[in-house]
Design a protein around this ligand. Structure first.
Ligand SMILES: *Cc1c(COP(=O)(O)O)cnc(C)c1O
Length: 388
Protein backbone atom coordinates (compact mmCIF):
# COMPACT_ATOMS: atom_id res chain seq x y z
CA UNK A 1 0.00 0.00 0.00
CA UNK A 2 1.36 3.42 -0.86
CA UNK A 3 0.93 5.78 2.06
CA UNK A 4 1.32 9.56 1.87
CA UNK A 5 3.91 10.46 4.52
CA UNK A 6 4.40 14.15 3.81
CA UNK A 7 1.47 16.53 3.50
CA UNK A 8 0.92 18.08 0.07
CA UNK A 9 1.38 21.75 -0.76
CA UNK A 10 -2.14 22.29 0.62
CA UNK A 11 -0.98 21.03 4.04
CA UNK A 12 -3.18 17.94 3.91
CA UNK A 13 -2.88 14.20 4.35
CA UNK A 14 -5.50 13.10 1.83
CA UNK A 15 -8.55 15.22 2.59
CA UNK A 16 -7.49 15.88 6.20
CA UNK A 17 -5.49 18.70 7.76
CA UNK A 18 -5.25 22.09 6.06
CA UNK A 19 -5.03 25.53 7.60
CA UNK A 20 -8.45 26.61 8.86
CA UNK A 21 -7.34 29.71 10.73
CA UNK A 22 -8.41 33.37 10.83
CA UNK A 23 -6.71 35.49 8.20
CA UNK A 24 -4.57 37.14 10.87
CA UNK A 25 -2.86 33.80 11.59
CA UNK A 26 -2.10 32.75 8.03
CA UNK A 27 1.23 34.63 7.85
CA UNK A 28 2.27 33.12 11.21
CA UNK A 29 1.53 29.60 9.96
CA UNK A 30 3.44 30.29 6.76
CA UNK A 31 6.41 31.71 8.65
CA UNK A 32 6.44 28.62 10.86
CA UNK A 33 6.19 26.29 7.88
CA UNK A 34 9.20 27.95 6.27
CA UNK A 35 11.23 28.08 9.46
CA UNK A 36 10.56 24.44 10.31
CA UNK A 37 11.39 23.26 6.83
CA UNK A 38 14.71 25.13 6.87
CA UNK A 39 15.58 23.96 10.36
CA UNK A 40 14.71 20.33 9.68
CA UNK A 41 16.99 20.35 6.64
CA UNK A 42 19.80 22.04 8.54
CA UNK A 43 22.32 19.53 9.88
CA UNK A 44 23.34 21.93 12.67
CA UNK A 45 19.79 22.26 13.99
CA UNK A 46 19.32 18.50 13.90
CA UNK A 47 22.60 17.98 15.72
CA UNK A 48 21.67 20.48 18.41
CA UNK A 49 18.29 18.81 18.90
CA UNK A 50 19.81 15.33 18.98
CA UNK A 51 22.33 16.52 21.53
CA UNK A 52 19.53 17.79 23.81
CA UNK A 53 17.54 14.58 23.32
CA UNK A 54 20.59 12.58 24.34
CA UNK A 55 22.04 14.67 27.17
CA UNK A 56 18.86 16.20 28.62
CA UNK A 57 15.90 13.97 27.75
CA UNK A 58 17.84 10.71 28.11
CA UNK A 59 17.43 9.24 24.60
CA UNK A 60 17.58 6.73 23.14
CA UNK A 61 14.84 5.23 25.29
CA UNK A 62 15.26 1.49 25.77
CA UNK A 63 13.20 -1.42 24.49
CA UNK A 64 11.99 -3.86 27.17
CA UNK A 65 10.63 -7.32 26.48
CA UNK A 66 7.83 -8.29 28.88
CA UNK A 67 8.54 -11.97 29.42
CA UNK A 68 6.00 -12.50 32.20
CA UNK A 69 3.07 -10.73 30.58
CA UNK A 70 4.00 -12.08 27.17
CA UNK A 71 3.86 -15.64 28.51
CA UNK A 72 0.54 -14.96 30.24
CA UNK A 73 -1.01 -13.61 27.02
CA UNK A 74 0.63 -16.01 24.54
CA UNK A 75 2.45 -13.27 22.61
CA UNK A 76 5.92 -11.68 22.54
CA UNK A 77 5.45 -8.22 23.98
CA UNK A 78 7.98 -5.37 23.69
CA UNK A 79 7.63 -1.94 25.28
CA UNK A 80 9.21 1.22 23.87
CA UNK A 81 10.08 2.98 27.11
CA UNK A 82 9.11 6.63 26.61
CA UNK A 83 8.22 6.59 30.32
CA UNK A 84 11.94 6.81 31.08
CA UNK A 85 12.42 10.20 29.40
CA UNK A 86 12.97 13.33 31.45
CA UNK A 87 9.54 14.57 32.66
CA UNK A 88 8.19 11.04 32.31
CA UNK A 89 6.69 10.83 28.84
CA UNK A 90 7.20 11.22 25.10
CA UNK A 91 6.15 14.90 25.29
CA UNK A 92 9.71 16.15 25.85
CA UNK A 93 10.67 15.19 22.25
CA UNK A 94 8.22 17.70 20.80
CA UNK A 95 8.74 20.58 23.22
CA UNK A 96 12.54 20.50 22.91
CA UNK A 97 12.13 20.61 19.12
CA UNK A 98 9.66 23.48 19.19
CA UNK A 99 11.52 25.51 21.83
CA UNK A 100 14.75 25.19 19.85
CA UNK A 101 12.88 26.24 16.72
CA UNK A 102 11.34 29.23 18.55
CA UNK A 103 14.81 30.44 19.51
CA UNK A 104 16.02 29.99 15.97
CA UNK A 105 13.09 32.13 14.81
CA UNK A 106 14.13 34.86 17.24
CA UNK A 107 11.07 34.45 19.48
CA UNK A 108 11.43 35.32 23.16
CA UNK A 109 8.29 33.71 24.42
CA UNK A 110 6.18 30.57 23.98
CA UNK A 111 2.51 30.04 24.70
CA UNK A 112 1.04 26.58 25.13
CA UNK A 113 -2.27 24.91 25.91
CA UNK A 114 -2.62 22.07 28.35
CA UNK A 115 -5.40 19.72 29.45
CA UNK A 116 -4.18 17.44 32.21
CA UNK A 117 -1.11 19.64 32.57
CA UNK A 118 1.50 17.29 31.10
CA UNK A 119 2.18 19.34 27.99
CA UNK A 120 2.21 22.51 30.07
CA UNK A 121 4.84 21.01 32.36
CA UNK A 122 6.90 19.83 29.39
CA UNK A 123 6.67 23.27 27.73
CA UNK A 124 7.64 25.03 30.96
CA UNK A 125 10.59 22.64 31.26
CA UNK A 126 11.89 23.35 27.76
CA UNK A 127 11.34 27.10 28.25
CA UNK A 128 13.32 27.07 31.49
CA UNK A 129 16.15 25.18 29.82
CA UNK A 130 16.34 27.45 26.79
CA UNK A 131 15.63 30.76 28.50
CA UNK A 132 12.22 31.49 26.99
CA UNK A 133 9.25 33.10 28.68
CA UNK A 134 6.35 30.67 28.97
CA UNK A 135 2.62 31.21 29.37
CA UNK A 136 0.33 28.20 29.63
CA UNK A 137 -3.43 28.29 29.08
CA UNK A 138 -5.37 25.71 31.03
CA UNK A 139 -9.11 25.24 31.44
CA UNK A 140 -10.25 26.63 34.81
CA UNK A 141 -11.91 23.28 35.55
CA UNK A 142 -8.70 21.41 34.70
CA UNK A 143 -6.67 23.73 36.93
CA UNK A 144 -8.73 22.60 39.89
CA UNK A 145 -8.50 18.94 38.92
CA UNK A 146 -4.73 19.04 38.29
CA UNK A 147 -3.42 21.42 40.91
CA UNK A 148 -0.11 19.57 41.29
CA UNK A 149 0.75 20.18 37.64
CA UNK A 150 -0.24 23.84 37.98
CA UNK A 151 2.23 24.12 40.85
CA UNK A 152 4.91 22.27 38.85
CA UNK A 153 4.56 24.74 35.96
CA UNK A 154 4.87 27.67 38.37
CA UNK A 155 7.95 26.09 39.96
CA UNK A 156 9.45 25.92 36.47
CA UNK A 157 8.87 29.63 36.04
CA UNK A 158 5.80 29.56 33.78
CA UNK A 159 2.69 31.68 34.08
CA UNK A 160 -0.51 29.61 34.15
CA UNK A 161 -3.67 31.32 32.93
CA UNK A 162 -7.15 29.87 33.41
CA UNK A 163 -9.30 29.51 30.27
CA UNK A 164 -12.76 30.71 31.37
CA UNK A 165 -14.70 30.22 28.13
CA UNK A 166 -16.93 27.30 27.08
CA UNK A 167 -16.60 24.18 29.18
CA UNK A 168 -13.35 25.59 30.65
CA UNK A 169 -11.34 22.53 29.62
CA UNK A 170 -8.72 21.61 27.00
CA UNK A 171 -10.51 22.73 23.84
CA UNK A 172 -11.07 26.16 25.37
CA UNK A 173 -7.42 26.36 26.40
CA UNK A 174 -6.43 25.70 22.75
CA UNK A 175 -8.74 28.52 21.59
CA UNK A 176 -7.27 30.97 24.09
CA UNK A 177 -3.67 30.02 23.29
CA UNK A 178 -4.42 30.66 19.60
CA UNK A 179 -5.97 34.02 20.49
CA UNK A 180 -2.86 35.00 22.44
CA UNK A 181 -0.67 33.92 19.53
CA UNK A 182 -2.60 36.09 17.05
CA UNK A 183 -2.00 39.13 19.24
CA UNK A 184 1.69 38.51 19.98
CA UNK A 185 2.96 36.66 16.93
CA UNK A 186 6.03 38.93 16.48
CA UNK A 187 7.59 37.81 19.75
CA UNK A 188 5.82 34.52 20.36
CA UNK A 189 5.77 30.91 19.20
CA UNK A 190 2.75 28.74 19.89
CA UNK A 191 4.07 25.43 21.23
CA UNK A 192 1.25 23.04 20.35
CA UNK A 193 1.14 19.78 22.26
CA UNK A 194 0.06 17.14 19.79
CA UNK A 195 -0.18 16.30 16.08
CA UNK A 196 -3.16 18.60 15.61
CA UNK A 197 -3.95 22.19 14.72
CA UNK A 198 -3.31 23.95 11.42
CA UNK A 199 -0.55 22.89 9.04
CA UNK A 200 2.43 22.69 9.65
CA UNK A 201 1.78 21.55 13.25
CA UNK A 202 0.57 17.99 12.60
CA UNK A 203 3.53 17.33 10.32
CA UNK A 204 6.10 19.20 12.41
CA UNK A 205 5.09 17.56 15.71
CA UNK A 206 5.13 14.15 13.94
CA UNK A 207 8.69 14.79 12.76
CA UNK A 208 9.77 15.69 16.30
CA UNK A 209 8.29 12.41 17.57
CA UNK A 210 9.41 10.11 14.79
CA UNK A 211 12.58 9.50 16.78
CA UNK A 212 10.41 7.05 18.79
CA UNK A 213 9.63 4.96 15.73
CA UNK A 214 13.07 5.24 14.17
CA UNK A 215 14.76 4.02 17.34
CA UNK A 216 12.18 1.29 17.89
CA UNK A 217 12.58 -0.07 14.40
CA UNK A 218 16.33 -0.48 14.86
CA UNK A 219 15.88 -1.94 18.33
CA UNK A 220 13.25 -4.43 17.14
CA UNK A 221 15.42 -5.57 14.25
CA UNK A 222 18.23 -6.19 16.67
CA UNK A 223 15.97 -8.11 19.05
CA UNK A 224 14.19 -10.06 16.31
CA UNK A 225 17.15 -10.96 14.10
CA UNK A 226 16.23 -8.45 11.40
CA UNK A 227 12.44 -8.80 11.59
CA UNK A 228 9.78 -6.20 12.27
CA UNK A 229 6.98 -6.69 14.82
CA UNK A 230 3.60 -8.04 13.66
CA UNK A 231 1.63 -5.40 15.52
CA UNK A 232 2.47 -1.87 16.73
CA UNK A 233 0.13 -0.42 19.37
CA UNK A 234 -0.18 2.99 21.01
CA UNK A 235 -2.84 5.06 22.76
CA UNK A 236 -4.39 8.02 20.94
CA UNK A 237 -5.39 11.36 22.45
CA UNK A 238 -4.39 13.92 19.84
CA UNK A 239 -2.21 11.15 18.46
CA UNK A 240 1.39 12.29 18.84
CA UNK A 241 2.95 9.32 20.61
CA UNK A 242 1.06 6.95 18.29
CA UNK A 243 2.13 8.70 15.09
CA UNK A 244 5.69 8.88 16.43
CA UNK A 245 5.96 5.12 16.74
CA UNK A 246 3.83 4.42 13.63
CA UNK A 247 6.16 6.50 11.48
CA UNK A 248 8.92 3.93 12.01
CA UNK A 249 6.73 1.09 10.75
CA UNK A 250 4.26 2.54 8.25
CA UNK A 251 6.28 1.02 5.38
CA UNK A 252 6.46 -2.44 6.98
CA UNK A 253 3.82 -5.17 7.09
CA UNK A 254 3.08 -4.43 10.77
CA UNK A 255 -0.54 -3.81 11.77
CA UNK A 256 -0.83 -0.33 13.26
CA UNK A 257 -3.30 0.03 16.13
CA UNK A 258 -4.24 3.35 17.77
CA UNK A 259 -6.34 2.81 20.89
CA UNK A 260 -8.87 5.47 21.86
CA UNK A 261 -10.91 5.83 25.05
CA UNK A 262 -14.54 4.76 24.53
CA UNK A 263 -15.63 8.24 25.71
CA UNK A 264 -13.34 10.02 23.26
CA UNK A 265 -13.35 7.80 20.19
CA UNK A 266 -12.79 10.54 17.59
CA UNK A 267 -11.82 8.19 14.78
CA UNK A 268 -14.08 5.33 15.86
CA UNK A 269 -17.25 7.34 16.44
CA UNK A 270 -16.57 10.83 15.10
CA UNK A 271 -17.28 12.40 11.72
CA UNK A 272 -15.07 14.68 9.61
CA UNK A 273 -15.29 18.28 10.78
CA UNK A 274 -13.19 21.37 11.38
CA UNK A 275 -11.77 22.35 14.76
CA UNK A 276 -8.62 24.08 15.97
CA UNK A 277 -7.47 24.92 12.47
CA UNK A 278 -7.69 21.43 10.96
CA UNK A 279 -10.11 19.12 9.21
CA UNK A 280 -10.19 15.75 10.92
CA UNK A 281 -12.42 13.21 12.61
CA UNK A 282 -14.15 14.88 15.48
CA UNK A 283 -16.82 14.14 18.05
CA UNK A 284 -19.66 16.56 17.42
CA UNK A 285 -23.39 16.73 18.07
CA UNK A 286 -26.16 16.94 15.43
CA UNK A 287 -25.68 20.67 14.91
CA UNK A 288 -21.90 20.39 14.61
CA UNK A 289 -20.93 21.55 18.10
CA UNK A 290 -17.78 19.90 19.41
CA UNK A 291 -18.61 17.39 22.13
CA UNK A 292 -16.75 16.94 25.38
CA UNK A 293 -14.58 13.85 25.54
CA UNK A 294 -14.60 11.76 28.73
CA UNK A 295 -11.99 9.31 29.84
CA UNK A 296 -10.55 8.03 33.08
CA UNK A 297 -7.32 9.49 31.76
CA UNK A 298 -7.41 13.29 31.63
CA UNK A 299 -4.56 13.18 29.10
CA UNK A 300 -6.82 11.57 26.48
CA UNK A 301 -9.77 13.95 26.89
CA UNK A 302 -9.54 15.48 23.44
CA UNK A 303 -12.60 15.37 21.17
CA UNK A 304 -10.56 15.36 17.94
CA UNK A 305 -7.57 13.53 16.57
CA UNK A 306 -4.63 14.53 14.38
CA UNK A 307 -5.39 14.62 10.64
CA UNK A 308 -2.76 12.03 9.74
CA UNK A 309 -4.62 9.49 11.85
CA UNK A 310 -7.87 10.32 10.06
CA UNK A 311 -6.02 9.72 6.81
CA UNK A 312 -4.43 6.43 7.94
CA UNK A 313 -7.85 5.25 9.07
CA UNK A 314 -9.58 6.28 5.86
CA UNK A 315 -7.11 4.44 3.66
CA UNK A 316 -7.22 1.41 5.95
CA UNK A 317 -3.54 1.49 6.96
CA UNK A 318 -4.21 1.86 10.69
CA UNK A 319 -7.05 0.68 12.96
CA UNK A 320 -8.58 2.64 15.84
CA UNK A 321 -10.41 0.44 18.35
CA UNK A 322 -11.56 1.83 21.69
CA UNK A 323 -11.50 0.47 25.24
CA UNK A 324 -13.60 1.19 28.32
CA UNK A 325 -12.42 2.72 31.60
CA UNK A 326 -12.90 -0.68 33.29
CA UNK A 327 -10.56 -2.35 30.81
CA UNK A 328 -8.05 0.48 31.32
CA UNK A 329 -7.95 -0.01 35.10
CA UNK A 330 -7.31 -3.69 34.45
CA UNK A 331 -4.47 -2.87 32.02
CA UNK A 332 -2.93 -0.49 34.54
CA UNK A 333 -2.73 -3.07 37.33
CA UNK A 334 -1.77 -5.87 34.93
CA UNK A 335 1.52 -4.26 33.88
CA UNK A 336 2.34 -3.20 37.42
CA UNK A 337 1.90 -6.71 38.82
CA UNK A 338 3.40 -8.72 35.98
CA UNK A 339 6.36 -6.54 35.04
CA UNK A 340 6.99 -4.08 37.88
CA UNK A 341 6.20 -1.10 35.67
CA UNK A 342 3.42 1.34 36.59
CA UNK A 343 2.15 2.78 33.30
CA UNK A 344 0.46 6.13 32.71
CA UNK A 345 -3.30 5.70 32.45
CA UNK A 346 -3.06 6.84 28.82
CA UNK A 347 -0.93 3.89 27.78
CA UNK A 348 -2.97 1.54 29.96
CA UNK A 349 -5.46 1.94 27.06
CA UNK A 350 -3.00 0.22 24.74
CA UNK A 351 -2.43 -2.55 27.29
CA UNK A 352 -6.17 -3.02 27.64
CA UNK A 353 -6.52 -3.56 23.89
CA UNK A 354 -3.55 -5.96 23.82
CA UNK A 355 -5.12 -8.05 26.58
CA UNK A 356 -8.47 -8.13 24.76
CA UNK A 357 -6.98 -8.96 21.36
CA UNK A 358 -4.32 -11.43 22.58
CA UNK A 359 -6.41 -14.55 21.78
CA UNK A 360 -6.28 -13.57 18.09
CA UNK A 361 -2.56 -12.72 18.18
CA UNK A 362 -1.13 -15.94 19.61
CA UNK A 363 2.58 -16.29 18.89
CA UNK A 364 2.83 -12.83 17.34
CA UNK A 365 5.30 -10.06 18.19
CA UNK A 366 3.59 -6.98 19.60
CA UNK A 367 5.37 -3.67 20.12
CA UNK A 368 3.67 -1.16 22.39
CA UNK A 369 4.60 2.45 22.99
CA UNK A 370 4.72 2.99 26.74
CA UNK A 371 4.15 6.72 26.34
CA UNK A 372 4.55 7.67 30.00
CA UNK A 373 4.99 6.59 33.59
CA UNK A 374 2.15 6.24 36.04
CA UNK A 375 3.40 8.21 39.02
CA UNK A 376 1.05 11.07 38.17
CA UNK A 377 -1.93 8.66 38.24
CA UNK A 378 -1.22 6.80 41.45
CA UNK A 379 -3.34 9.03 43.71
CA UNK A 380 -6.31 8.79 41.33
CA UNK A 381 -5.97 5.01 41.15
CA UNK A 382 -5.83 4.81 44.93
CA UNK A 383 -9.29 6.42 44.96
CA UNK A 384 -10.56 4.04 42.29
CA UNK A 385 -9.10 0.83 43.71
CA UNK A 386 -9.17 1.63 47.42
CA UNK A 387 -6.20 1.82 49.74
CA UNK A 388 -5.81 -1.88 50.56
C1 LIG B 1 -0.28 13.55 26.66
C2 LIG B 1 -0.11 12.10 26.74
C3 LIG B 1 -0.75 11.24 25.82
C4 LIG B 1 -1.73 11.73 24.79
O1 LIG B 1 -1.21 12.54 23.79
P1 LIG B 1 -0.92 12.00 22.33
O2 LIG B 1 -0.67 13.25 21.56
O3 LIG B 1 -2.11 11.25 21.85
O4 LIG B 1 0.27 11.13 22.43
C5 LIG B 1 -0.50 9.89 25.91
N1 LIG B 1 0.32 9.38 26.86
C6 LIG B 1 0.93 10.16 27.76
C7 LIG B 1 1.81 9.54 28.79
C8 LIG B 1 0.73 11.54 27.74
O5 LIG B 1 1.35 12.31 28.65
Amino acid sequence: MSVMQTPGADGRFGQFGGQYVPETLVPACQELERAFSEAWNDALFREELNHLLKTYAGRPSILTECHNLGRELGIRLFLKREDLNHTGSHKINNVLGQALLAKRMGKKRIVAETGAGQHGVASATAAALLGLECKVFMGAVDMERQELNVFRMRLLGAEVVPAQSGSRTLKDAVNEAMRDWVATVESTHYCLGSVMGPHPYPYMVRQFHRVIGDEAREQCREALGGDDPDVVVACVGGGSNAIGIFSGFVDTRARLIGVEPAGGAAVGRGVPGVVHGMKSYLMQDEVGQVQEAHSISAGLDYPGVGPEHSYLSEIGRAEYPSVTDTEVIDGFTLLARSEGIIPALECAHALAWIKRAAPEMQGQVVLMNLSGRGDKDVAQMMDVLGKS
